[in-house]
Design a protein around this ligand. Sequence first.
Ligand code: GLN
Length: 486
Amino acid sequence: MNLFEQPIHVLHQKRLSGEITTVDIVQSILKRLAEVEAKLHSFITLSEEKFLDRAAEVDSKIQQKQSIHTLEGMPIAVKDIFSTKGIRTTCASRFLENYIPPFESTVTQKLQAAGSLMTGKTNMDEFAMGSSTENSAFGVTRNPWDLDRVPGGSSGGSASAVSSGQSLAALGTDTGGSIRQPASFTGIVGLKPTYGRVSRWGMVAFASSFDQAGPMTRDVEDAALVLQTIAGFDKKDATSLKVDVPDYASFLHQSIKGMKIGIIKELDLSSCDDPVVSIFQDNIAVLSDAGAEIVEISMPNIADAVATYYVIAPCEASSNLGRYDGVRYGRRAQDASGLLDMYERSRDEGFGNEVKMRILIGTFALSAGYYDAYYLKAQKVQNLIRSQYYQAFDQVDAIASPVAPTAAYKIGEMIDDPLKMYLGDAFTIPANLAGLPGISVPGGFTENNLPVGLQLLASHLEEGKLLKIAHCFEKRLNLTKPKMAI
Ligand code: GLN
């Protein structure tokens, strides 16, 4: 197997035993990048400078028997939503096309402190609004399993980069499914932590009460490793939680015998494509064979989640995006006739259609006379969904569902039908409304060699439990991946 196809923890053991070097790993990634990036377009900006020198430094530390971090010298991609000091951060928007942040986000700073190498800033839907990465102002990203298909979104560039072996792991963000759904579409693991588990400082805000950063990796053990590195309280983020971070690796390799896994009886599987349903059913059988007890639970308002999210998220977005006014930073329209004209033109030129639509919806829903009917009502439904999860987690350890109703669809297939695209988020959004952690693990492949993921959700701060179940599932399923299109 090529080095670029292997998980970080495996490569780390191999370099410690002297079988390979960090330089070998980095060379394998650089070669892969050179071969496939032009076809996939996973990145907006590449930053793989001095990688070989830095890898050689790690190797000399290993030779001198110095202890190193598992991520040290490992090439990792970063979604272009994280501020990176001195490196362009566009959020896939024309508005920020030339924006170079003067500061580093907390999570990328933590990855740097661990010694990892940033391959580049990955493509995404503009301001993370979308499910296919087609809303990027920098062009589409392709799915490495079928180049005519989307990699999912909004963290589609990160998903495509990891899945194709252009990076060993990536950072994504998940506001309504943007880590888990692209992970499912590209056959990798994606973990959305509990809201507040990971600092949001330095992340470009979309819907601040949902946004959460998390790992996208080749397997579950790597997800534990990256989460360990980025999790924890940050005084710069008032919503980050001041609680200890457990040793996530200690949850792996534990039996799931006797654990209760819930299936929501109101979940509408009839909206799913046939292969998604049959893979889900097989996956549940795997969990049950591993000793888990499958329990039916009820969440009467689960079907209202999409409508609720698509009121609250645009409301928050319309407020967050008010800062892009052409004055402070980012794009400023030339030849404007006055201040108002400058605001209007800058925003008109800088934002794409989806972003404009959400700003309009959010501004409308928050306006006097409509606030109660939309925003307040949506918050009430959000509370209902949250309390239904609390009740569910009194009965079960985790909840299983498909990640999305379909496998990766064709580029262009959904883009003119936003509602259909939004409905594709039906299984991921509820976790964001309740701030719960969720993971997407590869569950199988369709007849066309398209990956399909299994989603597991757990109660607040129970990422360890999720990793334990997901790891056990991954080992038992022992999925053989078909040959990739690229
Ligand atoms: N697809 C959802 C949206 O468009 C979620 C995006 C996300 O998680 N960033 O809002």
